[in-house]
Design a protein around this ligand. Structure first.
Ligand code: MG
Length: 127
């Protein structure tokens, strides 16, 4: 199994859950995919909470980094679609909407996302 995890508002939303998840699926390959640009700082955060991972890909990655022509959302979605994990955890709806249907996606819902969903439902109810 291959699991891709976003960092901000995903792992940071529920760090104990994701630490436990990566321990529970100890045979799974764990790839961290993040808009962050600082790889050492990102690894220091992950190591600090004790999260097991195999690889970290930041937006400035020499091989998989974002091109100027790509929006951050397009970059991350295209990368995850190329990596073809079995499961992807991501909090940004703009990224989630671009993920290939064959990849299972789980979306953490922090206060911002809950507010966004609420506004969408209100808008749909008035049309
Ligand atoms: Mg995020």
């Amino acid at each position: 199994m291959h699991i891709c995890l976003d960092v901000d508002d995903t792992i940071t939303y529920a760090p104990e859950f994701f630490v436990g998840l990566c321990r529970r699926f100890d045979g799974a390959r764990i790839t961290i995919v993040t808009f962050r640009s600082d790889e050492p700082e990102t690894k220091a955060y992950l190591d600090g909470i004790g999260l097991r991972y195999d690889r970290v890909i930041v937006s400035t990655d020499s091989e998989h980094g974002r091109r100027e022509s790509e929006s951050p959302h397009e970059w991350k979605a295209a990368l995850v679609n190329r990596l073809r994990p079995d499961i992807f955890f991501e909090d940004m709806p703009q990224v989630v909407s671009l993920i290939h249907p064959s990849i299972l996606v789980f979306m953490p819902c922090d206060d911002f996302v809950r507010e966004w969903i609420s506004l969408r439902l209100d808008a749909d109810a008035t049309t």
